[in-house]
Every structure is written in C-alpha cells, then in structure tokens.
Design a protein around this ligand. Structure first.
Ligand SMILES: Cc1cc2nc3c(=O)[nH]c(=O)nc-3n(C[C@H](O)[C@H](O)[C@H](O)COP(=O)(O)OP(=O)(O)OC[C@H]3O[C@@H](n4cnc5c(N)ncnc54)[C@H](O)[C@@H]3O)c2cc1C
Length: 479
C-alpha cells in the first residue's frame, strides 16, 4: 500500500460536490481512502436519534455508490474513533487526514483532542468548513462578542464577502493498491428492526442526488412564492432541504449561488426571504459555538428556576397528536409519519408544549431529536429555546400562540388538518379548528363524537395561558 495515502473522514458532509476535505485530498495526487466511523456514544447526550439513523443508512449507501463510480470506496468502521484511526493509520500507512468541521459541543471537543494527539504523532491533519456560509470564527460584533440578535447577526454576515462558489465533485479518486477492510453498512444496524419507516421512505429520497433533485424541483416550481408560501402548512411552499443540509448531502454554498443566480426583480423578495432562513441556520450555529451549554441549559439564566410541570400522560398525548387541538395534533402526526414538520406548525406545537402544558422544552427537543429526519443540534436547540422564551432573540414569554387562531390563519380551510387528522375530515372549516365548540348537530353530521373519535382539549386555552403567565411572573420576580 502507498504510504502517502490520505484518509478523508466523512461525517455530516455526505457528498462529493463542494466537499473541501475530499477536494484537498484528491488534489494531493496521492491515493485517497474515504472513511466513515460510527461512534454514537461520543455524541452523548445527543447521539443520532432513530429517524436520523434511518436517514444516515440511506445516505451512506448512496455515498458508497457515488464513491465507487469515482473509482473509490467507503471504508466503514466502528468507534472509538481514536482506536479506529490507530488501526487505519497502521493498515494504510497514511500520514495525512482531512475532515470537515463539525460544531456540536461534544463532537468538536472530541475532534480537537483527536487533532492534537494525531499532530503530536506527526500526522498531518487538515480541517475545513463545509457546512456553513459564514464560518463561526468570521462573524462577531464590533466589540468581539457574539451576536444574540438575529437581525444584527445577518446584517454582519451580508457585509462579508459572498461565500465561495461551490467546487465541482472530483471525477476520479486515486485508489490505494490495497484497500483496508470495511464493515458492511448493515452491520451498523442503523435501520430499525421493526420497519416503521414506510411513511418516511415515501416522503424522501436521501443522498446527494436526492438533494440536488430537491433543489432543482424547488427552483423550478416552488421558490417564486416563498415569501408568502412558506407559511401555510398545507402547501408545499418550502424547499424541504433541511435533512439534506443536515447530513451535508448538499452544500449551503450551492443553494446560495443557485438562488442568487436565479434572482430577478420579480422574485427578489422571495430569494432574500429564503437566504434569510439559511441565515437563521447560520445564527443557530453561531449560538451553538459561542453558547455550547444551551443544548441542555437555558441561555437566559432566570429560566433555570422556571416551574416546569411533569405529566407523562399529557406528554404522551402531545407526542402522539392527541391533545384535542387539531393543528397541534396534525403537526405531531405529520412528524411521526414523515419525519418532518412544517416550520409554522413546529412553532405552534413547541409553544403548546412549553406554554400551554408548561413542560420543559428539553422534553420536546428530545422527542424532535428522535423523530425528525432533519434533527440538527444547532437548529433544534435554537427552535426550542426560542419557543420556550429562554433563548437568544426569543419570543417573549408572554406572547403565547393561540393554536386555534394560528389554525384559522394559516390553514383556513382545514386542508392540512384533514390530511393528518382524518377523523375530523368531514367537519366544516369554522369548526375543524375548534371541534369542542361545534354545535352537536354539526358534530353528528361529521360523524365525530368527542372523547371517542377525537379527544376533548387537554387544557383550556385561556386558563393555560393565565397559568403560564403566572409561572413566568414567578421567575421574573426572582431575577
Ligand atoms: C421547535 C423547533 C425545532 C426545530 N428543529 C429543527 C431541526 O432539528 N433541524 C432543522 O433543520 N430545523 C429545525 N427547525 C427549523 C425549521 O423548522 C426547519 O429548518 C424547516 O422547517 C425545514 O424545512 P425546509 O427545509 O422546507 O425549510 P425552508 O423554509 O425551505 O428553509 C431552508 C433552510 O433554511 C434553514 N431554516 C429554515 N428555517 C429555519 C429556522 N427557523 N431555524 C434554523 N434554520 C432554518 C433550514 O436549514 C432549511 O432547510 C426547528 C424549528 C422549531 C420551531
């Protein structure tokens, strides 16, 4: 085997296009050994959840095929990561390792330690940014402090030079004379033993090709109405690129440049609105890097004393979409079936859990973590802390979404509810948002008996709101 092989460590960058670590290795004109190491325990307390594991399996399988078409392979090993590297370095004689950065606190700490110990042993380690438009170290306030307000953060990003154009995928990768052994992908047991993934499979095409197709489809069909179309959950008004972005099957630079080059006076507002959402993703990573404790603790310290409630029965009703609030239930069932939920509805269900039920946002964050195919520590933490009122630039605690008004506003005909809560399918529009207020005759005609076919509301909105505000006053008083 060549002693000058370069190991390329794939992680959340499961693509060949615009992959700086792969590109650097391929340009070195020495053999390239692509590797993947499965070490979920090193990501505690946030190891990949069930839906993420399902996606990872599919994505690795696609990556393996893509690498084979480029004359290469994917070598799969199990952790501990340092042990896997010891073995691979010995087996390949490689003296260089390239990888793209990750920013999750446990992972980046592990990576720093690994980098130090490899370098001490004379191994060349090259790391790159592949997942962000503006790497965290490049953005700071004038006084050097991190941003905590999105608008100011995004303004600072837009003052930076534009992100570089995406680099093409290497066509051919030089293979080593002898390949090290690889575990079969199946051995990682990422797919569930009991197949619950039918709905997810029907909704998604993981992998780099699937990601490129999703972007193309969105550019051809969808994005011209993004600014207004992104809110109604019944429409396919958003790009659904989030799992592809999370797993690095597509580069944000590719999305940025595709949208920028499609920008014209008619769609400028839509393009800018879309890039702004990518900006929220950047902001989430900025916060994760500068406030790593926020994955499990509130950014606003007064929330550490918030009187959260515990109620297994109510938590389960929320998880399974049986709260009696149709929009909340539709969202939770969309999540359970497809591994994804519309952003507007994520806001409503998160507000419902943390404010109406007053349960700790971590309960919601862990449920999302296990069930979302786009579960992403930066975005999930930001979304939950924002919704609970305990995070950066957060919704003020006293602004409590009314799930009925949200439903009437964003799903006026009840189309989204009908899709996910079919037992209410025959209820006409004004009542489908609040079946408990429907006249008995209307319920009978729609074939709905509340408490039997569909639950009565778990809590009363006005009462829950008043209790949430009282709980908030309690922590304000102790500030
Ligand atoms: C409680 C809660 C939890 C969330 N958890 C996650 C999560 O685990 N993973 C995740 O990717 N997103 C999360 N989000 C953000 C958002 O809901 C999803 O990114 C979005 O719904 C994905 O759909 P899309 O790709 O069609 O988005 P589009 O509207 O097409 O947006 C394009 C991309 O921008 C990014 N983006 C959009 N909105 C946001 C946002 N509010 N915050 C950060 N990035 C954003 C995403 O990467 C998305 O793919 C969460 C939001 C909330 C309120």
């Amino acid at each position: 085997m060549h002693s000058d092989s370069t190991l390329v460590w794939f992680r959340l960058d499961l693509r060949l296009e615009d992959n700086p670590a792969l590109l650097a290795a391929s340009q070195a004109e020495s053999p390239v050994v692509p590797i993947f190491i499965w070490a979920p325990e090193e990501e505690e307390p946030w190891p990949p959840g069930a839906a993420s594991r399902w996606w990872l399996h599919q994505s690795l399988s696609h990556l393996e095929k893509a690498l084979r078409s480029a004359g290469s392979r994917l070598i799969i090993r199990r952790g501990p990561t340092d042990q896997a590297f010891d073995d691979l370095l010995e087996e390949t004689g490689a003296r260089t390792i390239c990888w793209n950065d990750r920013y999750e606190p446990a992972v980046s700490k592990r990576d720093e330690n690994l980098k130090r110990s490899l370098r001490e042993r004379g191994i060349r380690v090259q790391t790159f940014n592949s997942s962000l438009l503006f790497p965290p170290e490049t953005i700071a306030k004038n006084d050097g402090q991190p941003f905590q307000v999105f608008t100011a953060f995004w303004k600072a990003c837009l003052k930076q030079p534009a992100p570089p154009e995406p680099a093409a995928a290497p066509e051919k990768l030089l293979a080593p004379r002898h390949w090290p052994k690889s575990l079969p992908l199946q051995d990682l047991e990422l797919e569930p033993k009991i197949d619950w993934a039918g709905g997810i499979r029907a909704a998604w095409t993981p992998g780099e090709q699937g990601a490129q197709n999703a972007l193309r489809l969105y550019l051809d069909d969808g994005f011209a109405h993004y600014a207004t179309g992104r809110n109604p959950p019944a429409l396919r008004g958003t790009s659904r690129l989030s799992p592809h972005l999370h797993f690095g099957e597509i580069s944000p630079r590719r999305i940025w440049h595709s949208l920028r080059s499609a920008r014209n006076p008619r769609n400028a507002a839509d393009v800018d609105a879309y890039l702004r959402e990518l900006g929220w993703r950047e902001f989430a990573y900025h916060l994760l890097v500068h406030f790593p404790f926020t994955t499990n603790q509130p950014l606003r310290p007064e929330f550490a004393g918030f009187p959260w409630r515990k109620d297994r029965h109510q938590l389960k009703a929320w998880q399974r979409g049986r709260t009696g609030y149709p929009l909340v239930d539709a969202g939770m069932r969309e999540l359970w079936t497809t591994g994804w939920m519309h952003n507007r509805v994520r806001l409503v269900v998160a507000s419902f859990l943390t404010k109406h039920l007053r349960m700790h946002w971590e309960e919601g964050a862990y449920w999302f973590w296990d069930t979302l195919v786009d579960a992403d520590l930066a975005n999930n933490t930001l979304g939950w802390q924002w919704s609970a009122g305990s995070g950066a630039d957060a919704a003020p605690y006293f602004r409590i979404f009314n799930p009925v008004l949200q439903s009437e506003k964003f799903d006026p005909d009840g189309e989204y509810i009908r899709r996910w809560v079919p037992e209410l399918g025959r209820l006409p529009a004004p009542w489908i948002h609040k079946p408990w207020q429907a006249p008995p005759l209307i319920l009978t005609e729609a074939g709905v008996e509340l408490g039997r076919d569909y639950p009565l509301p778990l809590v009363d909105h006005d009462q829950a709101r008043a209790e949430a505000l009282a709980a908030f006053e309690q922590i304000r008083a102790h500030r």
